[in-house]
Design a protein around this ligand. Structure first.
Ligand code: NAP
Length: 270
């Protein structure tokens, strides 16, 4: 078992990382930045996002597992006090009946500039496009047909994993990550007698796609999870479910709806 740890950098995460390395060495596991089987994150959901992008090229064969040292994480299954158990389970694949690899969908966004060049990015949580110099005006096509002309702050295209993040703040639905889909949510759309958008979020299945054609002048802010870039040459943004997936190692059940309840409702329901 080859592993790598990505940690948040706070004192607790650093201490747990040192402990993890000691325990892992004792179990015969080796640290490998180049070819990890498992990418362990110690921190929050933000730490998982960073690990995902850092090890993006290993998606096909590596899986992720998270230990959370802050709020209860959506991506992190393990508490700081459970590190010994986690290392033992990771080191003993023969007891692998406990190990389940779950694969969750990603958003693929293809950005095409005026020169015809395209760049493709993957998001674990979401892709957003916003106007910087002015309101975003953009034509939204679904499956190559005009759907609406959007005017407002921006558009958010999220994965089911990301549905509990920015998408939730935008009033989007929470989606179980086993649903291979992307969700389109509006960011403060302008709606009046002249300008009209649907006003609800939409969920597209994996064989559908949407294209955003910016019409406003000036720079756009393009964000793939926490990575932001500014461009003023974008002609089109194609968003769809990626053929690639992210894989999480689950050594025990922690159902998605339990995570949602614990994160947003808590235990003290009257
Ligand atoms: P960040 O501090 O890493 O993340 C912002 C917050 O979102 C943190 O509390 C983080 O949890 C939480 N989070 C991340 N992924 C989540 C998920 N899948 N489900 C539930 N909560 C999640 O900020 P950042 O470095 O800019 O990271 C970018 C992320 O922030 C984006 O992907 C976006 O989803 C989120 N964001 C949210 C809003 C909003 O809700 N209004 C606005 C902008 C961006 P941890 O504390 O555990 O890391």
């Amino acid at each position: 078992m080859k592993y790598v740890v990505v940690q948040r950098g706070d004192e607790l995460s650093q201490q747990l990382t040192a402990r993890f390395h000691t325990l892992a060495a004792g179990c015969g596991m080796t640290e490998s930045e180049e070819e990890p089987d498992t990418i362990v994150t110690i921190g929050g959901d933000g730490t998982m996002l960073h690990a995902f992008h850092r090890f993006r090229r290993h998606l096909q064969h590596a899986s992720f597992v998270g230990v959370h040292t802050g709020h209860l994480g959506f991506f992190a299954d393990w508490m700081p006090g459970e590190i010994e158990t986690l290392v033992q389970l990771m080191a003993a694949p023969s007891e692998g009946s406990k190990l389940r690899l779950v694969e969750y969908p990603l958003v693929e966004v293809e950005m095409t500039g005026k020169d015809g060049q395209s760049d493709t990015f993957l998001a674990l949580n979401e892709f957003t496009v916003k106007g910087i110099d002015s309101t975003l005006v953009a034509q939204l096509n679904i499956n190559d047909e005009l759907f609406e002309m959007f005017r407002g702050d921006g558009i958010c295209i999220s994965t089911p994993c990301g549905s509990t993040a920015y998408n939730k703040s935008l009033g989007g639905a929470l989606l179980h990550p086993s649903l291979e889909s992307i969700q389109i949510a509006e960011i403060s759309s302008i709606n009046n007698r002249v300008y009209r958008t649907l006003g609800s979020s939409m969920i597209l299945p994996k064989h559908h796609h949407c294209d955003i054609y910016p019409k406003s002048q000036g720079k756009l802010l393009l964000s793939v999870d926490y990575n932001h870039s500014q461009r003023e040459d974008i002609v089109s943004l194609r968003c769809q479910v990626s053929p690639e997936k992210v894989r999480f190692a689950r050594y025990r059940p922690f159902p998605f709806w339990s995570r949602v309840r614990e994160a947003f409702i808590g235990h003290d329901v009257q």
